[in-house]
Design a protein around this ligand. Structure first.
Ligand code: ZN
Length: 435
């Protein structure tokens, strides 16, 4: 068993626009916040490229991580006050450390980068916990088993499932913080919900977190907020356009690198990324400041495609989009041919996007077992101690459950099409709404 926590002589307090205050009472948590790996999260935006759509969305993973810690701390202190026997009290520190560190492995513009280079921020989080880092030293100093235990929570293999469900489930501290924080910083008011009320109705019950039946309406409110944020912020088509450009920059750079292209500007961590030989030290020096500087330098590269993509991203000259209901492979193939004929690159200048590959979803009570993102459903605890899945009880939740059939969005450089409009079939101009 892990030894008792060391309290700070004086409680530390952070001012936070979402939770008003964030309280740190424990020496280990305070030391973790002061490691260079955690401080690096100040240089990674929580919402990637969303600031190009919502200019307020400049908040960092640092503020989000503190917020997840604070929500977890509040839930645990409510469990402790209630004296619930199903909450294992000795797990407090491990849970708080996992909450604080759950995103420490995020890279710059994480989801776009992960798609191109097939990396995974959870793997990097575990490596940062377990390899030679300041975070590892702080955890190890407290107890030599702590790094491995926190990593097990992140990997969802920890032997106390209730700890995992606080950090990662359909109603975990992570989602509760990012929904409120993203709503605040984007200015999307309908993304909010009553956090205080939700915290009051959560209960530890047989190895999982459940909701007292009387809290059903507060959970409806929370899921509606997820619904709103999904469609208004996370799947905003302009944000998707900027993500496409970003992915294309990385894709083009990797293509050029593989072909032996001599970059006028290249630095070690980036070379290692393109080489697929990143170690923890190099990975940690990849942040958004470095990415932006790289894009700035690459606007001067000899490869016209790479330099064009970089200046599009920096100057927000994004691809326009047309929304269509149905796929039309034959027409899309024709479009690719015509694009090539007017000097465009169909591998870059025509992208089809569909909202299925989002890192966010609204709510799915039961997922197929091959879905690695499977999360336990939200369960209501009745007065008779019986559990029921929430979408069976709530009409509102039933109506927003499951994956939505969104529209297909086709992205393209509008100004290049207009320049060559005379050479394109009218049918295609019409398809893009340019006629
Ligand atoms: Zn998170």
């Amino acid at each position: 068993m892990i030894q008792a926590q060391h309290s700070l002589a004086e409680e530390k307090v952070f001012k936070d626009p979402v939770h008003k205050y964030i309280y740190v009472q424990d020496q280990t948590i305070w030391n973790l916040i002061n490691t260079k790996e955690f401080q690096r999260l100040r240089r990674i935006r929580q919402l990637g490229t969303s600031y190009l759509t919502f200019h307020g969305a400049e908040h960092s993973r640092f503020s989000h991580s503190l917020g997840v810690y604070e929500i977890t701390r509040k839930i645990i202190s409510q469990f402790e006050r209630g004296g619930y026997p199903d909450w294992p009290r000795e797990e407090k520190l491990v849970t708080l450390c996992a909450a604080l560190l759950h995103d420490v492995g995020h890279g710059p513009f994480s989801h776009s980068l992960e798609q191109v280079f097939d990396t995974n921020h959870e793997d990097w989080t575990c490596r940062i916990l377990l390899e030679d880092t300041e975070v590892n030293r702080v955890l190890y100093e407290f107890d030599s088993s702590l790094p491995e235990r926190v990593a097990a929570v992140i990997r969802k293999t920890y032997n106390q499932p209730i700890v995992i469900s606080l950090v990662s489930s359909q109603m975990d501290a992570d989602r509760m913080d990012y929904l409120l924080r993203d709503a605040y910083y984007t200015g999307v008011n309908y993304g909010t919900f009553d956090l205080e009320r939700i915290l009051r109705v959560l209960r530890p019950h047989q190895g999982q977190i459940v909701v007292k039946e009387s809290g059903m309406h507060a959970v409806e409110d929370y899921l509606m907020s997820r619904y709103q944020m999904y469609w208004q912020v996370y799947f905003h088509p302009v944000t998707r356009s900027s993500e496409i450009i970003l992915r294309q920059i990385f894709r083009r750079a990797r293509e050029l690198y593989g072909g032996g292209y001599a970059f006028a500007w290249m630095i070690e961590p980036l070379r290692r990324l393109l080489d697929d030989t990143l170690d923890v030290e190099n990975y940690l020096s990849l942040d958004e400041a470095l990415a932006q500087t790289t894009f700035m330098q690459w606007t001067k590269e000899g490869d016209p495609l790479l330099s064009d993509l970089c200046s599009r991203f920096l100057n927000r000259k994004l691809y326009k989009y047309a929304a269509v209901d149905k796929p039309d492979e034959e027409l899309w193939q024709n479009i690719r041919g015509q694009f090539a004929a007017i000097g465009l690159n169909p591998d870059y200048h025509f992208e089809i996007d569909f909202p299925y590959d989002m890192p966010y979803d609204v709510y799915r009570p039961g997922l197929s077992s091959n879905d690695k993102e499977e999360k336990p459903p939200i369960l209501l605890l009745g007065q008779d101690e019986r559990l029921s899945e929430i979408s069976e009880r709530s009409d509102i939740i039933r109506s927003i459950t499951g994956l939505h059939q969104g529209k297909y969005h086709l992205y393209y450089p509008e100004e290049r099409l207009l320049e060559s409009a005379g050479k394109l079939q009218p049918r295609i101009l019409e398809y893009f709404g340019l006629l």
